[in-house]
Design a protein around this ligand. Structure first.
Ligand SMILES: Cc1cc2nc3c(=O)[nH]c(=O)nc-3n(C[C@H](O)[C@H](O)[C@H](O)COP(=O)(O)O)c2cc1C
Length: 185
């Protein structure tokens, strides 16, 4: 194999950015909000747990800490503009971020936060541990209930055969798009 050239870079997180970008919802019954998250990771399979990283200054953070709950909503490619809107505007300055992003709320079953009707999948989360990371917190949560669009799921995994395209944050307003899978024996 011909030797490839490598360059040293100073932003390792850009290379480690894992799964799809997320829309995180929170609400206490009288108030709600939504924001975009690129930094997340699954942590445990059974019982299922995951973590997201949230800036402590985010308007949504206050609601998440008050309720101890949040919703993970996984957007598909058609929601890329909503992701940018929710990641660039704060609930502090906007009356209704859902409406501003063109998204609709639906009630969750197990948490007080609303969920996003248009999302490809939704996960209801309850926080079990908060790790202080300085200006942000790692929110470690139990995943109480998960639902996914039927046409986007088969054999216990994402199914890209029916037009599903997921978006992965590269930085700024750029995304990588995943739209197919590969099986290697
Ligand atoms: C694509 C994208 C990904 C983002 N990922 C994160 C993230 O992982 N964690 C975080 O705290 N903020 C992240 N942000 C920034 C927040 O979404 C943004 O500050 C948002 O306006 C906070 O909203 P709020 O003040 O209404 O809660 C991201 C923004 C964009 C556009």
């Amino acid at each position: 194999m011909k030797k490839k050239d490598y360059i040293e870079v100073g932003n390792p997180h850009r290379l480690l950015t894992p799964g799809p970008v997320l829309l995180i919802t929170a609400g206490d019954g009288s108030e709600d909000n939504i924001f975009s998250v690129a930094w997340s990771t699954p942590l445990r399979k059974e019982p299922p747990m995951a973590a997201i990283l949230s800036g402590k200054g985010h308007y949504t953070y206050r609601l998440i800490r008050k309720t101890g709950e949040f919703g993970i909503n996984i957007p598909d490619l058609s929601m890329a503009e909503a992701v940018i809107y929710c990641g660039r505007n704060s609930g502090r300055d906007v009356d209704d971020k859902f409406a501003g992003a063109g998204l609709s709320r639906i009630p969750a079953s197990r948490i007080s936060a609303p969920l996003v009707a248009e999302a490809a999948a939704r996960i209801e989360c309850r926080i079990s541990q908060v790790v202080d990371m300085g200006y942000s917190s790692l929110l470690i949560a139990s995943l109480l209930r998960t639902e996914v669009r039927k046409d986007y799921y088969s054999e216990d995994r994402w199914d890209f055969n029916d037009g599903l395209k997921l978006i992965h944050h590269l930085g700024g307003s750029r995304f990588a798009v995943s739209g197919s899978d590969l099986e290697v024996d």
